[in-house]
Design a protein around this ligand. Structure first.
Ligand code: TXA
Ligand code: MG
Length: 318
């Protein structure tokens, strides 16, 4: 029997009993548990095979709920929240003592967001506690944008996946924190840098990979298919070079002209970056299931969400 279900009451019961449920959000599916349950939070790390130092994002349904969790809410954070919540923006704020260190990887800050998905919001409103939820993929693998993706990864480890359809944004939230009161962008995401700049002006961008990154999601290898993946500016050349191999191509728009290729995923026929972002992970999942010799991904125009897509492609191809 499938563990995919639309039954929100069942999800409420499982979560209240300190177990975990995969939930839909507008970005990607998450593996959710009560932030105050050590049992549930440990299970999230265990199922995901995620190191304990890598903190989780806390999902809430309102600003009132936020005030119980954080000790400071800087002006610029408020401006961003007003414009982008509910939505794919995660804010890193100074935490209150009630937020367990297990959720925050021992940090004195907590990552929070109000997701913009009707099922997730209904669920959060029915619960008396916030939900910690990392993306519902094993550590370093491609994030899931449908309930089926989650089932493929975890069918023996979960009792329920709450069905919420395909994720509309399809790429993780943009993460913004503050250092000496200055805004810092830690992860490129569904909200472009340009959109952030329009609200709070310049932000420091700190998404480079180091051994102990501020946001460990920024490790160099991440979002990776199992199939060997190459990032190039133009796939034509590599297709000619590697003739005879089973090659899958992922690119922004229109079919290629000169060289033919059997397995091609075009992310947006109309060259719309938002549409391309929403299709990116499902296309990678598809290509990764075809038993190909290699996957070739073409880099995107480096503007708006194109920057976020390039960030994910670079990490997929490492
Ligand atoms: O769109 C999303 O954000 C999805 C959905 C499910 O909400 N969640 C998600 O979670 O992408 P996850 O765990 O895959 O990524 C969370 C990122 C990690 O890179 C983590 O290191 C960072 O947020 N993070 C969490 N708490 C932090 C903190 N206190 N300081 C710095 N980075 C933090
Ligand atoms: Mg993730």
């Amino acid at each position: 029997m499938s563990i995919i279900s639309k039954d929100i009451t069942k999800a409420v019961n499982i979560l209240t009993e300190e177990d975990i449920v995969a939930i839909p959000t507008e970005t990607v599916y998450g593996l959710a548990g009560n932030i105050f349950s050590e049992k549930a939070i440990r299970k999230i790390f265990e199922v995901k095979e995620r190191p304990l130092f890598n903190p989780l994002i806390v999902h809430i349904h309102s600003i009132e709920q936020l005030k119980e969790l954080v000790s400071e809410f800087p002006e610029k954070a408020q401006q961003l929240a007003t414009i982008f919540w509910p939505g794919p923006l995660t804010l890193i704020l100074k935490k209150n003592a009630c937020v367990p260190g297990l959720v925050t990887g021992g940090k004195d800050t907590v990552a929070v967001r109000i997701p913009n998905h009707p099922v997730a919001l209904r669920l959060l409103k029915e619960l008396s506690f916030p939900l910690a939820a990392p993306s519902a993929n094993p550590f370093n693998r491609i994030s899931p944008t449908s309930a089926i993706h989650v089932e493929d990864y975890f069918k023996n480890k979960l009792s329920m996946i709450l069905e919420g359809g395909e994720c509309s944004s399809g790429i993780e939230s943009t993460i913004i924190g503050f250092e000496n009161e200055k805004p810092v962008l830690y992860r490129l995401g569904s909200i472009s840098i340009e959109e952030i700049n329009a609200v709070i002006g310049e932000v420091l961008i700190q998404t480079t990979s180091t051994k102990t990154p501020a946001a460990p999601g920024m490790l160099a290898k991440h979002y990776a298919p199992q199939t060997k993946t190459f990032l190039v500016d133009d796939a034509e050349e590599i297709l000619k070079e590697q003739k005879g191999k089973r090659i899958g191509v992922l690119r922004f728009t229109e079919k290629m002209t000169s060289t033919s290729c059997e397995y091609i995923e075009v992310l947006s026929k109309t060259a719309d970056l938002k549409e391309a972002a929403s299709n990116l992970y499902s296309a990678l999942h598809k290509l990764d299931h075809l038993n190909l010799d290699i996957i070739v991904v073409e880099s995107f125009p480096n503007v708006g969400l194109g920057k976020t897509i390039n960030d994910r492609l670079e990490r997929a191809a490492t």
